[in-house]
Design a protein around this ligand. Sequence first.
Ligand code: SAH
Ligand code: SF4
Ligand code: F3S
Length: 444
Amino acid sequence: MNQSRPPKTPTTFHVKSFGCQMNVYDGERMAEMLGAQGMTAAAEGLDADIVVLNTCHIREKAVDKVYSDIGRLRREDGSRPMIAVAGCVAQAEGAEIARRAPTVDIVVGPQAYHRLPDLIGKAVRGEAALDTDMPAASKFGALPGRGKQSRPTAFLTIQEGCDKFCTYCVVPYTRGAEISRPFAAIVDEAKALVDGGVREITLLGQNVNAWSEEAVGFDGLIRALADLPGIDRIRYTTSHPNDMTDGLIAAHAEVDKLMPFLHLPVQSGSNPILKAMNRSHTTESYLAILDKVRAVRPDIALSGDFIVGFPGETDADFEATLALVEQVGYAQCYSFKYSPRPGTPAADMDRQIAPEVMDERLARLQAAINRHQVAFNQAMVGQSTSILLERPGRHPGQIVGKTPWMQSVHVLAEGAAIGDMIDVDIVSAGPNSLAGQLVRRKAA
Ligand code: SAH
Ligand code: SF4
Ligand code: F3S
């Protein structure tokens, strides 16, 4: 750690999260915890006494971003805030971070951030402040409760870690083994979020649908949460095809509050590549799941993740991925160039793919994905739907809400407020959002 200039005790903080929604959730919990310590939030990193960079290790670019951010944390007068590196880079690189970036004062892993206040104390005293323990006892119990929320939507982490060990992925190493939070703790947190003004909860986990507790499966948890008064919408992400149970599929038919949206990453449309990825599903078994879901919920919006350029991916393998995209007709997708990650089996595989081949494949895949996304959005034009108003839009009086299918809708909603559920007619659609018109209710 940097011993050259013991930092003063911080009174203001700034948390910046990179990566997945679970990191967003962790960032919010860290901010709430520092707030409970009497610190106040600063809008910008350089205005804060301590900056927490809540990092992502999933691809090389994500890691590079962290180090360039650290380099930029210097004020004009030469001073700098105290710097804490949290999240998956902290877990993966540990003490190495302070060697590469000597201005880093604190390194704290994703399962240890409840100890951030102690680590700040250590850094102030000029002691080494590193904690990448993965305690079996959960950090959640050590965090302050959820209070008033600034938005009507909230994330709630219910499951952490991954036992799947896809050959390209760092998550099993950075987040540890799969654990499920206790049912009662989740229900309590959901109730607190509702009391804090939340109407929509997104349940989170690296493999969220692997959640279980004794006799209760993930669908049982969803059903219990749907019974809570005040919750209007439930979503979940990210799911793994292997944990897509019949009970969960049935919940999509039976639980009105469960939104018709499923993010189910497939990664590739080629069975040999899926095997090399250790995905443990085939294209056929994946498509069979989607058929089952569509049979009970024909309007479900589907989403996925894809990796192009996995080692050994041939033109034919890639064409199979394009064919899968055509067959499924996704509402939206994330797609990435394969990034070799230190310590993962795929990083040492033969036949790594040249960057220019990856670029070309990614461009073709994204063009196909965009085409389907535009078509999915266009199909909404002329329909009416309910939207939950989430945030102010760019123009005066404009508010942005979400459809049940996760599309953003811009609407001039006079008399309505953020947090309201309103009915709109969809009047136009672009690739990334829709425009809606308030449905005028006739006076009774
Ligand atoms: N648990 C989820 C997602 C984890 S990471 C799942 O199993 O689907 C989110 C996405 O990042 C993955 O779905 C994958 O598409 C992508 N990803 C993971 N490791 C990667 C790597 N080494 N290179 C490129 N993309 C990667
Ligand atoms: Fe990574 Fe695979 Fe686990 Fe998803 S299931 S987090 S891609 S190892
Ligand atoms: Fe990144 Fe860690 Fe999430 S590596 S994607 S922040 S689990």
